[in-house]
Design a protein around this ligand. Structure first.
Ligand code: FES
Ligand code: FES
Length: 162
């Protein structure tokens, strides 16, 4: 077992984990953060995307021990970054119907927040490129892209910053 100390959604956590445990499994199974989901076993789908020190990562591609000493934000903590209200990107997905079954949504939103932090005023093509690592099995890409563009417009870049 390895000792890890990290922050998850604003709370400090100390734990002993198997060195081979994936971050996504740690979040779901040990912390009950089931908003972060597993959609594949090939690092392709992006459904497991979280932020590690503010940057999006596929948490099925990161070991829990690699998060030692770092700050993890999941979809469940995203609203805390804007004082408990829905994050502007969450609000935009709600408003523009950017989800169908919702399975890809946590990852799409976490990736979109990172994308908008880097580029607060993206073109449609830039949004599509920025989300290329996230798959939607319902193929709802049109409204997902629309949601991200809406978030960028409604917050003029500023509100999209986590
Ligand atoms: S579960 Fe991580 S990329 Fe699919
Ligand atoms: S909304 Fe169903 S997988 Fe994207």
């Amino acid at each position: 077992m390895a000792r890890i100390n990290l922050s998850v959604d604003g709370s400090n956590v100390s734990d002993d984990v198997e060195p081979r445990m994936l971050l996504v499994h740690y979040l779901r199974e040990k912390l009950g953060k089931t908003g972060t989901v597993v959609g594949c076993d090939t690092s392709n789908c992006g459904a497991c995307t979280v932020h590690l020190d503010g940057r999006s990562v596929k948490s099925c591609n990161v070991l829990a021990v690699q998060a030692d000493g770092h700050e993890v934000t999941t979809i469940e903590g995203l609203s805390d970054t804007v004082d408990g209200d829905l994050h502007p990107v969450q609000e935009a997905f709600r408003e523009c119907h950017g989800l169908q079954c919702g399975f890809c949504t946590p990852g799409m939103i976490m990736q979109s927040v990172d994308l908008l932090n880097d580029n607060p005023d993206p073109t449609e093509e830039e949004v599509r490129l920025g989300l290329e690592g996230n798959l939607c099995r319902c193929t709802g890409y049109h409204n997902i892209v629309k949601s991200v563009l809406h978030a960028a417009k409604s917050s003029s870049g500023e509100g999209a910053n986590a």
